[in-house]
Design a protein around this ligand. Structure first.
Ligand code: ARG
Length: 420
């Protein structure tokens, strides 16, 4: 472990400038990472391998991004389609864990970053690079997730995150870009900081920072504002097996495609807008506007089915562990053994989570209206209000007598002391 480096030169995993010879840059094609691509070549006198990873972010033209990196001097430019791995190994466990950080944000950036970082390490080792470069600032969560992943899975590699150190504001960045022939036209107009993948889209910054105002309309690029959504509801039926969605309206689909289809219909119905105040790992409190149409529907349906097949005790205990799961992932602790322990629990509980959930989508809401499961712990003849039920009602008073015993004793004793 290179930890003894830490005391002498700062954190063990950070590269000193002279240590950078060939850098794998996590490249999105946007302004920040394009400026970085040039900056690393010039300031570190290093080769750059640009790596752009497809996690299902809509709208990206990956061939254009790949070419742009080469135009900016990358010695290699790679595009990796990681959608299947992302859905299977990252989104799927988050569904089993009903993951929503602080009750609102279904982690998607937080799920994507450890995968991006690990893939960058794979590429670096394969191409004899010594350093991973990324475009995170020093104020966010993403730096934590990426740095922690690299330092964990590839302790022989180093990290650089020049945006954390350079003092350029946005205008200076644009000036630098113009000076170095980096196209900025399409990025300049964007007033928000965006991140997206197949599980959702986030917007931060700009007028979103005014907490006292409703989300600006121009934020929404994915979800139709509910007021403009259709006047008729739409219903969809999601089939689950082992806690994962496997079919839509009776048709079997792979997870990537299923998520895309659910997202499209939900977004058209105004479903999946989350206006969220959250606490970042580094201590800041911020507001995010999320567009998470697929997550909204799938998590709602999953939780409903889980409730149906689990016992009451499981239903009381699991949300506590779900919350912990979301927090660990949000905090970038993807390799924390506790997360693996929790995953074993989530998988065990979800072995029984099989069935069909019907969801009605209407002007921003996703409401469960039908549910069925071969594993439902539900017996209509026991639950019914009809007279001939087999549930033994005469047993209830004896149960209540014992069930209420400690509370009754405590009440009586307090009462006696008050009177004494
Ligand atoms: N607040 C979310 C998170 O921490 C979204 C962050 C989006 N990242 C970004 N660089 N715009 O996961």
């Amino acid at each position: 472990m290179p930890t003894d480096r830490a005391s002498a030169t700062g954190p063990s995993y950070l590269a000193q400038p002279h240590e950078v010879h060939r850098c794998v840059l996590l490249y999105s094609g946007g302004l920040d990472t394009s400026v970085l691509l040039k900056w690393i070549q010039d300031e570190y006198d290093a080769e750059v391998i640009a790596l752009c990873i497809d996690l299902g972010q809509p709208e990206d033209d990956f061939e254009a991004i790949r070419q742009k990196a080469l135009d900016l001097g990358a010695v290699r430019s790679l595009v990796v389609d990681a959608r299947e791995e992302f859905a299977r190994d990252y989104v799927a466990p988050s569904i089993r864990a009903n993951a929503r950080y602080q009750g609102g944000y279904p982690p998607f950036t937080a799920l994507g970053r450890p995968l991006l970082a690990r893939l960058a390490c794979d590429v670096a080792l394969e191409h004899d690079a010594d350093t991973i470069g990324h475009g995170c600032t020093g104020k966010g969560n993403d730096q934590v997730r990426i740095d922690a992943t690299v330092a964990t899975v590839a302790p022989g590699l180093r990290v650089i995150a020049p945006i954390r150190e350079w003092q350029m504001g946005r205008d200076e960045e644009i000036a630098y870009a113009e000076e170095h022939g980096i196209p900025v036209s399409s990025t300049r107009a964007r007033p928000y900081s965006i991140d997206d993948n197949l599980w959702g889209r986030s917007s931060e910054g700009g007028t979103i920072e005014d907490l006292d105002a409703p989300p600006p309309e121009d934020v929404f690029q994915l979800v139709t504002p509910p007021t403009r959504a259709p006047d008729e509801p739409t219903e969809m039926t999601i089939g689950f097996r082992e806690g994962l969605p496997v079919s839509l309206d009776g048709r079997d689909l792979g997870l990537v495609e299923l998520i895309a289809r659910v997202a499209e219909v939900a977004a058209a119905n105004g479903v999946g807008i989350v206006d969220h105040i959250e606490d970042r790992v580094v201590g800041l409190k911020v507001r995010d506007i999320y567009e998470v149409p697929a997550a909204e529907v799938i998590l709602t349906a999953h939780r409903e089915l889980e409730k149906l097949v689990c016992t009451g005790r499981e239903n009381h205990a699991k949300p506590e562990l779900d919350r912990l799961w979301a927090q660990l992932v949000y905090e970038g602790l993807w390799y924390e053994p506790l997360l693996a322990d929790l995953n074993a629990f989530m998988t065990a509980v979800n072995a029984r989570v099989e069935g069909q959930i019907g969801v009605r989508l209407y002007k921003g809401s996703a409401t469960v209206v039908r549910r069925s499961s071969p594993n439902a712990i539900y017996d209509r003849s026991l639950a019914t209000f009809d007279a001939d039920a087999s549930f033994s009602q005469s047993s209830s008073p004896g149960f209540i007598e014992l069930f209420s015993l400690p509370s009754r004793m405590a009440y009586r004793i307090a009462d006696e002391r008050r009177r004494a």
